[in-house]
Write a protein that binds this ligand. Structure first.
Ligand code: PEP
Ligand code: MN
Length: 337
């Protein structure tokens, strides 16, 4: 249930409502907006009758939240959340573009890519060190050494780094080194991992599972948020459908759905969504036009020889050209980049 306080209701009145609910065993999520405070009530609210709150002259409205996700729900937090990733803001009017290779392969590779994508306008550097590969015989990533390489390249170029965590035993290392911790599609419902990520305060990039509904995806965000970490950025990366021409099917309408249902920022990964580098720029432009808050794009200095996902990686020049296109589109849809 949410309780909307009247505009200008005194804080004492807000506290009184909160205390009454806490005494009855509910948890409260308070959202203080520019003019109004909204109290999100968490717990078994079926025992509450909205009418009982409406007699309070400081309360404007009380209503049930139908969806099972609460903290991620826009009703709990009507304004867009803006997530701060080591100084880079994701959400709001800005449009944040993250670029880098699928996998960290070497220090020179990361240094070359980082310097180039930074020059083209990327605001964060991606690169996997722990890779979730379908085959155990495929390149599994450089592990701890890879993490050091992306960290070094990111720091040298003033780019916060994004990399995927596969299990909670690496959490301390990630908290120490990584600016934005990625949960991959395959781990979207690894609830044990999500709960651990909820106990830290680093931003989390939560990719949509390849067969996850929008509600399941938001419930995974809720797992992280319910433990206290509200710094969640969602990432649409394509879903599995009957179509096999593309690696996945990019669900652009998910951007609109998530924006309506939730206050969390949502970015798009057109690389894993399509699996084909020649489609990436068109889908990236479409994502900006459709209202996404940013992009994460696989970009490589030598895609032909990439150890992973070369076919979907943009060259450094293609990435620079895409950034030029995005800069033209952004003002039309009232975004800055
Ligand atoms: C990735 O971003 O490197 C990745 C493996 O993506 P996904 O989890 O979306 O497949
Ligand atoms: Mn990849």
């Amino acid at each position: 249930m949410i309780i909307v306080m009247k505009k200008g209701a005194p804080q004492a009145a807000v506290e009184e409502v909160k205390e009454g609910l806490v005494k009855r065993g509910f948890a409260i999520h308070e959202s203080i907006g520019a003019t109004q405070t909204i109290l999100g009530v968490i717990g078994d609210t079926s025992v509450l009758d909205p009418e009982e709150f409406l007699v309070n002259p400081e309360i404007e409205n009380a209503m049930r939240v139908q969806q099972p996700f609460k903290r991620a729900n826009r009703m709990f937090h009507p304004e867009d959340s803006i997530i701060d990733v080591s100084g880079v803001k994701v959400g709001g009017k800005g449009f944040a573009v993250i670029a880098g290779p699928c996998s960290v392969e070497s220090q020179p590779q990361m240094d070359t890519i980082a310097a180039s994508v930074k020059k083209s306008g990327a605001v964060m550097l991606r690169g996997g060190a722990f890779k979730p590969r379908t085959s155990p015989y495929s390149f599994q990533g450089l592990g701890d050494r890879g993490l050091d390489m992306i960290e070094k390249a990111g720091r040298a170029n003033g780019l916060p780094i994004v990399t995927e965590i596969m299990s909670a035993d690496k959490l301390d290392l990630f908290v120490d080194k990584v600016d934005l911790i990625q949960v991959g599609a395959r781990n979207m419902q690894n609830f044990t991992l999500l709960k651990e990520l909820g106990k830290i305060d680093k931003p989390i990039l939560l990719k949509r599972g390849m067969s996850a509904t929008i509600e399941e995806w938001l419930m995974s965000a809720e797992y992280i948020m319910s433990e206290g970490n509200e710094n969640v950025i969602l990432c649409e990366r394509g879903i599995r459908t009957f179509e096999t021409y593309t690696r996945n099917t990019l669900d652009l309408s998910a951007i609109c759905a998530v924006k309506r249902l939730s206050h969390l920022p949502v970015i798009v990964d057109p690389s894993h969504a399509t699996g084909k580098s020649w489609m990436v720029s068109a889908m990236a432009r479409a994502a900006l036009a459709a209202g996404a808050d940013g992009l994460i794009i696989e970009t490589h200095n030598d895609p032909k020889h990439a150890l992973c996902d070369g076919a979907q990686s943009l060259t450094l020049d293609e990435f620079a050209a895409l950034m030029d296109d995005l800069r033209k589109i952004a003002p039309v849809v009232d975004r800055t980049l």
